[in-house]
Ligand binder design. Sequence first.
Ligand SMILES: [Mn+2]
Length: 398
Amino acid sequence: MPSFVHIADVHLDARLRFLGERGGQHRANIRAAFTRCVDLALERRVDALLIAGDLFDSQRPGRGTVDFTRQQLARLSQAGIAVRIVPGTHDALTPSGVYSWADLESAGDVRVYRGDGPGGWDVEHLASGLTIYARPTVEKGGGLPALQGLPRDPAARPGCEVALVHAALDLGSNDEEDYIIDPREVESSGLAYIAAGHWHTPRDFSRGQTVARYPGSPEPVSLDPRRAGQALVVTLTAGGRPQVEPVEVGRIRVDMYDFDVTGHEDEQPLETEIARMADPDLMLRVRLRGSRGPGWTRTAEDLAAQFAPRFFHLSVEDNTTDELAAAADLPGPDAVSRRAHLPPELAALPPGTAARRCIERLQRRLEEAAAQGDEAEQRRVAEALRLGLALFAGRDPW
Ligand SMILES: [Mn+2]
């Protein structure tokens, strides 16, 4: 029976502004993780590598990155392993987008799905027996059902039908900018496997007979402490459920540490804790809250500067009561960038809820605005974020 490696959301050439000078190093980590995905496919002698969108972080990755990608894909082609790619949201199929000029197909048995069939679907039968249904992201999904109009082919081999999609799982909080996967659609799809991308953390959303997975990003591309770092080895079975084996391919972990300064005479206990967590492969977000005693002399910036060399990345956010009150003023550049990544109330919102997704979406917009240098938009979104966080946390924002 056919087997494949399923990855998504690699985000090659991500900007990673939050990492400052370390950004280049982490871009190298992301490349290395992608190389390990290719190695994995070669080692396991699978039939295909399926990439479920956001292989590239933008439509304009560097030439060097595109060449690197082509070389990696060529290694697979030379071993007889097919590569199939569906454009995602960052690398959507647009007239001048990355897939219009990167020429990945010249690497060999590589295909980027362009949605040439009815309803924007591509249907392909691979020599291994695998049937792939794919619909590229051509523009924002507009909240459309991701599996709508999927043209099941009666000629497909039983148990070998796979959908390759880049879409958000619908947990009751639709984001109208994405394609949406309704869990009920999963169950009624009749597919063996749904190879999904879009979520940067692994998730199993199998329903009924259909196995459905997000592999998450091979390396983290934000300070989201939920896990990343996996590729999935999927083996289809005759008459049974596909078997999925997650394999670690990432190097860097992200973690978050909340520290309440209330009742501590000075910063010594905090310093001890940070030192205990030191790890050169860890991105750590330390968040301070509570009210400081008079013995505290060092700022969050001082602490971050002292301990940063012992981590891959360290941020220390000062969310003590006074600081928060100050941050409630109209945001200056520092407050904007702080909120872009690290709103303290966000952790209180359970993952997957409408509130959480709303705030995360605003964060993304804020990062995009910052990346584009659009200050007016930054202020507008920062204000929306401030109000949203306060309201969701049950505070009076005014
Ligand atoms: Mn992505």
